[in-house]
Structures are given as structure tokens and as C-alpha cells.
Design a protein around this ligand. Structure first.
Ligand SMILES: CC(C)(COP(=O)(O)OP(=O)(O)OC[C@H]1O[C@@H](n2cnc3c(N)ncnc32)[C@H](O)[C@@H]1OP(=O)(O)O)[C@@H](O)C(=O)NCCC(=O)NCCS
Length: 294
């Protein structure tokens, strides 16, 4: 069906909305490639395997809109990969995809990271901003080791650590991302920092997009997070590495020095705030898993 500037498409007669199927992923991938987003087909496959999605299709079966969402426990979920092809933007496709996802997640607290193009849509869908996520990436140059405090050690993660890292992740993000962390253990490399007192931080590095990505990095404080970040950057020396961090000038400054320059930012948005944990030992997320998965 052809569209011209003088004959805008009529959404309800020309577009069908349905659940995303694995067969849709090649076309979904094309939509993200057209935006110069770095995701590989494998990244889309992994994201759909962990969650659910909707697509908007035209009468000839072309996928012109996508939205993925992930349930993290029974009360919270995140959304991402919300894309409408340029020819169909501004005709309510994004709004309808959001409405379908919200219907599928009744009563859930929703999280997403919004591009500037997405912010108006999400504000109209009941989201408000909570902060900024900075995207750093590049070919890693030399990275000095950052030592851990005495009595702490960094070691590879093992299957027996899953329960402890899930608990730490949940304390930091207020999301039950056990399924994601299990998948990262299988597909990526994980390390943690521990001491006699227990686990003080954990992190992952995996293949993603144009090279490697590190995240999530969760730790009790920077003393434990920065050595893990330096470790991953060191293991990726000479390779392309991406890291998405909540706004933090110390971490951003180090990444810049290592050749991982800030190339963009997104706005973190939620439908509902969680209560701040004021206990001194509450862990913090220093790097996201990805902008889509949070
Ligand atoms: C963001 C995006 C998904 C929006 O989809 P869309 O189908 O064009 O949006 P809709 O037509 O459903 O618009 C929904 C609402 O947002 C508003 N809106 C959308 N884009 C807007 C913009 N750039 N500025 C102001 N308002 C905007 C619309 O006016 C509409 O509100 P209304 O119903 O009250 O008029 C689409 O522009 C897109 O794919 N952009 C590129 C990829 C991207 O950045 N995705 C977001 C990732 S987080």
C-alpha cells in the first residue's frame, strides 16, 4: 500500500497488532538496523526469549512497529525496542503498542529508558523521568588495574552464586531479574567481589551489538564496582566495548580515559517510584544490562 503526504494511513484498517513471534525477528532487526542501533539478530532473539512482544504489521505482512517487554517478578516489568518505521510514525502506532503492553501488565510498575524521540509518547502513557543513562563505547585503550581493598578478592562467578547475586540485584533495582541473570551466566562471563562478609558486588560481560558489553555491574559502592569495570575493560583491550551507566561523573571520566567515549544518553522513566532504601549497605547499579532490559 502506498502512502503519500496528502493521504495519511488509516490505522484501524491498515495495521494489525499481534504478539511477536520468532519469525518476526528478522524484520524487527531490520527496523533497528535502519535506526543504526547496534543489536544483532542474536540480541533480538535473546531479548524475545526472555520476554514477550507485540508487532504492528501492514496487510502484506511487513512489520512496521515493535515493542518488547519483560516481567521481572509479579509487580514490575520493563519495556524496550519500541520502534515504528519512519513511514508510519505519527499515526498512533506507538501509542497503540504501548496500550497493548500496559493491558498485558495490569498493575505492574513499568520501567524503560527513553530516547528523546520516545519521551513525549511515554509521558502521555503515564511515565515520568527519574534520571539519565549515559551510553559510553569505543575501542578500549590501555586500562590500569584498580585494586580492591584488603581482604576482598575478585573471582569468576559459579552456579552456586546465583541466589546471592539475584538477591543483590533485587535489592539494587527492586526487580526480580533472576531469569535474566541465569541467562547471562549461561551466555556471558560473570565475576564477583567477595570477602569474609560475603558478596560485595557482581558483574557480567557478554557479546552484544558491535562487540562486547559489560553490565549489569551491581556493588555496595564504587570501591568494588570500579575494579570490576576496569577488569572488564582490560579483558576487552583493543576491542569494541559498550557500557551504559547511570549519570556519574567519576565513572564517566574513567571511561573517557580508557577510550570509551560518551556517545549519547537516554532518560530513565517509570510509571511509579519505588521507596528509597536508606540502609547504608544497600547495593547500587553502576551499569545497566542494556538500555532495553534495564
Ligand atoms: C518514538 C516512536 C516509537 C513513537 O511512535 P509513533 O507511532 O510515531 O507515535 P504515535 O503516533 O503513537 O504518537 C503517540 C503520541 O506521542 C506524541 N508524539 C510522538 N512523537 C512525538 C514527538 N516527536 N514530539 C511530540 N509528540 C510526539 C504524539 O503526538 C501522540 O500523542 P497524541 O496521541 O496525544 O497526539 C517512534 O517515533 C520511533 O520509532 N522513533 C524512533 C525509535 C525510537 O527512538 N524509539 C523509542 C525508543 S525508547
Amino acid at each position: 500500500m502506498t502512502q503519500t503526504a496528502t493521504s495519511p494511513p488509516v490505522l484501524h484498517t491498515q495495521i494489525t497488532f499481534r504478539s511477536m513471534q520468532p519469525e518476526d525477528l528478522a524484520q524487527a532487526w531490520q527496523l533497528s538496523k535502519d535506526l543504526a542501533w547496534p543489536h544483532r539478530l542474536e540480541d533480538w532473539e535473546q531479548m524475545l526469549a526472555l520476554g514477550n512482544g507485540f508487532v504492528a504489521t501492514t496487510a502484506d505482512g511487513s512489520v512496521v512497529g515493535t515493542l518488547l517487554w519483560w516481567q521481572w517478578g509479579t509487580q514490575a516489568a520493563s519495556m524496550g525496542m519500541i520502534i515504528v518505521s519512519p513511514a508510519w510514525q505519527g499515526h498512533g502506532v506507538g501509542k497503540h503498542l504501548m496500550a497493548l503492553a500496559r493491558q498485558a501488565l495490569p498493575g505492574y510498575r513499568l520501567h524503560l529508558n527513553a530516547t528523546s524521540a520516545g519521551v513525549p509518547l511515554y509521558e502521555k502513557s503515564g511515565f515520568h523521568s527519574t534520571g539519565v543513562v549515559m551510553q559510553h563505547q569505543g575501542n578500549v585503550s590501555t586500562v590500569p588495574l584498580i585494586p580492591l581493598p584488603e581482604g576482598c578478592r575478585m573471582r569468576p562467578m559459579g552456579a552456586a552464586d546465583l541466589g546471592a547475586i539475584c538477591a543483590m540485584d533485587q535489592a539494587a533495582l527492586k526487580l526480580d531479574r533472576s531469569a535474566l541473570l541465569l541467562r547471562l551466566m549461561e551466555d556471558g562471563r560473570g565475576i564477583l567481589v567477595d570477602s569474609e562478609k560475603g558478596i560485595l558486588g557482581f558483574s557480567f560481560c557478554r557479546k552484544f551489538g558491535w562487540g562486547q558489553a559489560t553490565g549489569p555491574i551491581v556493588a555496595l559502592d564504587q570501591t568494588f564496582a570500579l575494579p570490576m569495570l576496569a577488569y572488564w575493560a582490560g579483558t576487552c583491550a583493543g576491542q569494541f566495548l559498550r557500557v551504559d551507566i547511570p549519570q556519574d561523573e567519576t565513572v564517566a571520566g574513567l571511561l573517557d580515559q580508557w577510550g570509551l567515549l560518551r556517545v549519547g544518553s537516554v532518560v530513565s522513566m517509570v510509571t511509579e517510584e519505588t521507596e528509597n532504601d536508606t540502609s547504608a549497605q544497600s547495593p547500587t547499579c553502576f551499569a545497566l544490562c542494556s538500555q532495553a532490559l534495564c
